[in-house]
Write a new protein. Structure first.
Length: 299
């Protein structure tokens, strides 16, 4: 009987020790999340093309589709026609001054001829003075005409400037009617479809970069001294067969303010009411999903 009791004790002790070795303890736990971006429409109208699907991987600058912009384009064409008609009324300064310039050349030749005649005593100084005065009169006429034509040209340019600004605004609206993906990532949710009406600020789709996920865990105050930014930690996730997969992540953020323990989170010290949130960047090879549960051990 004594030997049987000893055997039972040994079996019980072995089972207890085996259970202890199999029991896994963690320093903190939480769930995976990602930096999600909601892409919204920048203009109003009917979505004419919207070629994405949930789960699709997009690249920055990738063309996704466009919102109907025919009215904006027609407004631009109208303004361009108005500017063309307006600038067509600009005076041709060189052409309108051509006659006066010819008169000036003739007067200057006459002035030079009379100057030579005066030197040879073949003309009077008064004749030379009259010729010189005629040259000055024509020069003054040219300057006055040039000033008038420049003012007219400047006035037309000033009238065209507001239209050019409106065209720049319409060009900006035309660009915004294109749906261009701004960041790399995977489409998580698609909020709109082709032929639906949209408006500025209305969500079109949600995207997130899933190549690196964030495991948000919570630690108690007495664990703060064990963590720091950039520190590597071991991340454990359920492998679906009763065990855990392991990978390495790095701490990217530690909250400097305590908060009450979320109901869904268990800390190492379950009695802790106030905890600190910690973000751990975890490279994702496709195993991790948003909302998935995970635990960490400090290294």
């Amino acid at each position: 009987m004594k030997s049987i009791n000893s055997l039972l004790f040994a079996i019980t002790l072995g089972a207890a020790l085996l259970g202890c070795t199999e029991e896994q303890t963690f320093d903190a736990s939480g769930s995976f999340e990602a930096d999600e971006t909601i892409i919204s429409s920048q203009t109003a109208g009917t979505i004419k093309e919207f070629g994405i699907e949930e789960g699709q991987v997009l690249q920055p600058g990738q063309f996704i589709g466009y919102v109907d912009s025919i009215q904006i384009f027609l407004q631009k064409r109208q303004l361009e026609a108005q500017i063309k008609a307006l600038t067509g009324r600009k005076p041709n300064i060189s052409l309108q001054l051509a006659a006066l310039n010819e008169q000036l050349k003739t007067a200057e030749r006459e002035q030079a001829r009379l100057s030579n005649l005066v030197k040879a005593d073949a003309a009077t100084p008064k004749q030379l003075d009259d010729a010189s005065a005629q040259v000055e009169v024509i020069k003054a006429q040219i300057q006055a005409q040039k000033s008038t034509l420049n003012l007219s040209t400047q006035g037309i340019s000033n009238d065209a400037t507001p239209m050019e600004v409106q065209i720049a605004q319409l060009n900006d609206q035309l660009e915004k009617s294109k749906i261009i993906n701004p960041v790399a990532g995977t489409v998580l949710v698609k909020y709109a479809e082709e032929n639906e009406m949209t408006a500025p600020g209305k969500p079109l789709y949600k995207i997130a970069d899933l190549s690196t996920l964030i495991l948000r865990v919570y630690i108690s105050g007495n664990q703060l001294s064990q963590v720091k930014i950039g520190q590597q930690v071991t991340v454990h996730t359920d492998n679906g067969t009763g065990g855990f997969d392991q990978t390495v992540g790095s701490i990217s953020w530690i909250n400097d303010k305590a908060e009450f323990t979320p109901k869904t989170i268990q800390t190492k010290d379950e009695r802790a009411n106030m905890v600190y949130a910690v973000k751990v960047n975890v490279p994702n090879d496709g195993r991790f999903k948003i909302g998935m549960y995970g635990e960490i051990n400090f290294q």
